[in-house]
Design a protein around this ligand. Sequence first.
Ligand SMILES: [Fe+2]
Ligand SMILES: [Fe+2]
Length: 294
Amino acid sequence: MEVNSMESLDADASLLRIEARNVAFDLSYCDPTHWHDAGLAVSQFFNAMSLFFPKGEKFFIHSVREHRSSVADASLRRDLQGFMQQEAVHSREHRLHIDMLNESGFATDHMDIRMFAQSLNKVSPKRRLAMTIAMEHFTASLAHEILFKDGVMRGDEQMSALWQWHAAEEIEHKAVAFDVFRAAYGDGLASYLSRCRAALEVTFNFMKRLFANFNDLLSQRSTRSTASHWFDLFVFLWISPGLFRRLAPSFLAYFNLSFHPSKRKDFWLVEQWKARNMNTGRRERHNHPQGDRH
Ligand SMILES: [Fe+2]
Ligand SMILES: [Fe+2]
């Protein structure tokens, strides 16, 4: 189906069911050094990002679950359950991605993979949820680019399928944590200020560690100057396909007083992904189609 016609058929968010697909991906044939078609630098960029997911998604689940009693609406309670189930499976599959990195010789245990600077026990439940809704918006924005822009995620078939599946489910549940935050704390000025503050904080902390870990992974494999790989990543992020350039408007939209994740009508991307992956909802592994491990 054409993109434009899919876009016009964007699903009504209230009718969307958030379902956890118990998928699994076979990464045993994936070359962790060069799995992305854009080369070593971009492969390490997404590897570095993957390192954050198991711990980060566990934190998202915790911060949303501790507000469950504030949610009276039955459909939001159902979505909250779907959100937690989806994030748990994401965490499991990215854990396997990290295991694959470790088995191929990448050292990652020493890396700082906290999305947040403070000890989370010392942070209030409100702030934990505010951090979560900011990260949920950023992952949903990244998900949009992964599913929308052909150049962002192309490479090893199984690895690309993993990121695209994760992206589809991030779009499906993108409003859940935000709606839980509104149910618990309202949408007045105080809530707005606390979500904006949390967004700036997590952006700074996450980016700082993401690029430090990227550089670390790069130095473990690079055979040429690190500067040339940084240049490759710069081109990918800002020029072609320009991932960060494309994400910038979405990032800024978060600071709008009337922001809500569902205002961006992109459920058609999920429908399009479903049409391409009819088997993904079934409980079966995504096995590598053929050939020996390289
Ligand atoms: Fe996720
Ligand atoms: Fe999420």
